[in-house]
Design a protein around this ligand. Structure first.
Ligand code: SF4
Length: 380
């Protein structure tokens, strides 16, 4: 079956990874997409890239779930997804929505009743593939309910659960197969006149997800939710997510991200924030840079950085701080940051936007930087 692309490009046909090879991306230029609103958080259309996580509690455990959501929000999370996988979870969702400090997304597979209950309960988005919930009437009911509340739907395609006919046609999960599945579900939404759609085409295979997202990015204007699914333990998952999500973001692709780790949601947020910071996409976060240290090091940089990391963890300012360990390479690099330190023997030079502010003793470096952060006014 050929694919009809519902958004920007009406060229039908089977899309393969090869078709994306000719695309050119400009580093630093964000892809233009339509914008959707997730409980007050704009996604796409040039909005800041939001960070999501998913709770790991039983949703029916309202206390535990709300506590986890609150910790994730405190860590800087913008949107939290909870599974609505059974009747108890569907019954609990209204309470969770009421008590959550951030917008809640209901994750639903197959059951349109749970989707309707979640929408009634006030969720800000539903993750659901319309082609999986059965009859046209059910699809119409869910999409109408979402439209009435102005909430978007995320179509979440996963290489591990592709439709049988698509798998048969492509042989195995290919970028074209993920793309085709996403377009099938998106096409259903478009047929019902429902356009508030976000798409994800995740895989545990980093190269596969990169190519699949590139296809959707080239052919449509849907905002994209990026993720490497089941990325794994903190160490492996962090690296896989940084490579997969980071590659796409560097190409201007991606509007909201979720790092999946076999770890607490706060850890996922921490890694997500770091990915955004590394590409200067974290509009509200501190970017902390330090030299790797070498034999020229003249201060206890490890302790200074540890203290700064802890003290700046919750600060929401787009300020770039560079701390360099010696006077050989330090001044040049410290000058490029908003706040810089080039350390010497027991004493350091403090820079503000490339200008020398003053000398500070090694024991005062952390306090001096915190004072500068306090004074820092981002350019509007
Ligand atoms: Fe070594 Fe100085 Fe470079 Fe740090 S800034 S890595 S101490 S040369």
């Amino acid at each position: 079956m050929d694919i009809t692309i519902p958004a920007l490009n009406n060229d039908p046909g089977i899309i393969t990874a090869e078709t994306s090879r000719h695309a050119t991306y400009k580093v630093g230029v964000r892809r233009r997409t339509r914008q959707v609103n997730v409980g007050g958080i704009p996604v796409g259309g040039g909005a800041p890239i939001s960070i999501q996580t998913m709770t790991k509690t039983k949703t029916s455990d309202v206390e535990g779930t709300v506590a986890q959501i609150s910790r994730a929000a405190e860590a800087g999370c913008d949107i939290v997804r909870v599974t609505v996988n059974d009747r108890e979870a569907a019954d609990a969702i209204a309470d969770i929505v009421k008590r959550s400090p951030v917008p809640i997304v209901a994750d639903i597979h197959f059951n349109h009743i749970f989707a309707l209950m979640a929408i009634r309960a006030g969720v800000a988005k539903v993750r659901l593939n319309p082609g999986n919930i059965g009859s046209q009437d059910r699809i119409r009911e869910v999409l109408s309910a979402a439209a009435a509340k102005s909430i978007p739907i995320r179509i979440g395609v996963n290489s591990g659960s592709l439709e049988e006919d698509i798998l048969e046609k492509h042989g195995y999960p290919t970028p074209g197969a993920l793309f085709e599945s996403a377009m099938r579900h998106a096409g259903i939404c478009e047929d019902f006149g429902f356009r508030d759609v976000i798409i994800s085409v995740k895989s545990t295979d980093v190269k596969l997800m990169i190519e699949a997202y590139r296809l959707v990015a080239e052919r449509t204007d849907y905002p994209l939710h990026l993720g490497v699914t089941e990325a794994g333990t903190t160490r492996v998952g962090t690296i896989k997510s940084a490579v997969g999500i980071g590659t796409l973001l560097a190409e201007g692709i991606g509007d909201t991200i979720r790092v999946s780790l076999t770890d607490e949601p706060e850890k996922e947020i921490e890694v997500g924030k770091e990915i955004l910071r590394s590409l200067s996409l974290a509009s509200r976060n501190v970017e902390l840079i330090a030299c790797p240290t070498c034999g020229r090091l003249e201060v206890d940089l490890f302790s200074i950085m540890k203290q700064l990391e802890e003290k700046l963890e919750r600060v929401k300012k787009p300020v770039k701080i560079a701390v360099l360990g010696c006077v050989v390479n330090g001044p040049g690099e410290a000058c490029e940051a908003d706040i810089g330190i080039a350390a010497g023997k027991g004493v350091a030079i403090l820079y503000r936007k490339g200008e020398v502010v003053r000398r500070v003793k090694e024991s005062e470096i952390v306090a001096a930087i915190l004072e500068e952060v306090e004074k820092f006014q981002p350019e509007s």
